[in-house]
Ligand binder design. Sequence first.
Ligand SMILES: O=P(O)(O)O[C@H]1O[C@H](CO)[C@@H](O)[C@H]1O
Ligand SMILES: Nc1nc2[nH]cnc2c(=O)[nH]1
Length: 285
Amino acid sequence: IHSKDQICHEDYQRTADWLLSQTQHRPKVAIICGSGLGMLADALKCQDLFKYSDIPGFPQSTVKGHAGRLVFGELKGKTCVCMQGRFHMYEGHSLIRVFKLLGVETLIVTNAAGSLADSYSCGDIMIIRDHINFPGLAGLNPLNGPNDDKFGPRFPPMSGVYDKNLRKMAFDICKSMGVSQCVQEGVYCMVGGPNFESIAEARLLHRLGVDAVGMSTAPEVLVASHCGMRVFGLSLITNKVVKSYEDNASVSHEAVLEVSKMRSETLQVLVTELISRMDINNNTA
Ligand SMILES: O=P(O)(O)O[C@H]1O[C@H](CO)[C@@H](O)[C@H]1O
Ligand SMILES: Nc1nc2[nH]cnc2c(=O)[nH]1
């Protein structure tokens, strides 16, 4: 699966069939680990691990902080598959449809993001209420090309994509974890990257009402929602995006990974508890 122009249902099916022949696990939940958040997979019990390089049709993950492994396992009695290493649009791939063919019903997506909202702090967790898909608005969309009706409709709606019940459940869990003071709910904006924002771009995003910005998530959520998956998303605020010409601060991927590492345990507890509480059989929370 190297160029989306060449990918068809049979390609996804071949990869899914190979995985199903290699593991007894039949996951209903998929987790995508954001930059530096790969340890979310460590909580899985009875693991079956596959290096991306060993999976037919799988591309390589090229970004530091993304290990490049698919981990199957049990979390509180629920069977999950976890991507330790995502593919960004700037890398050119999406594998959500393989998950669909494995039987996955719910996607939990995490990312590292910079904050635009003045009230946010580094280390905050933002439950994603909605997204702005900048590349998508400009016509760069993973659903471009002939529509495959086996996956979903030509014109999928995008309102209410981030499941309300799961968002509420996550809030309740954060309360019981005693971390609600650093939990936010907001709008994630996907930009193409791989550069971080200029100050003028940061100001534009701020004016548009963006709370957090990153270079992932929206394409995955789009494809997942198109094929009928329930979606829940979390952004870890790893940096405040520089919005002032007087501010000498500057962001780096290393700094992003450092904050991710510091907060990954909290995210692991939150995601584990969410999966533990969610009903996966009838697809309701
Ligand atoms: O979205 P994730 O994979 O967490 O990664 C985020 O961190 C990287 C920049 O540091 C970008 O790829 C951005 O999208
Ligand atoms: N575009 C973008 N992606 C990020 N990922 C983590 N922090 C940032 C950021 O400030 N901007």
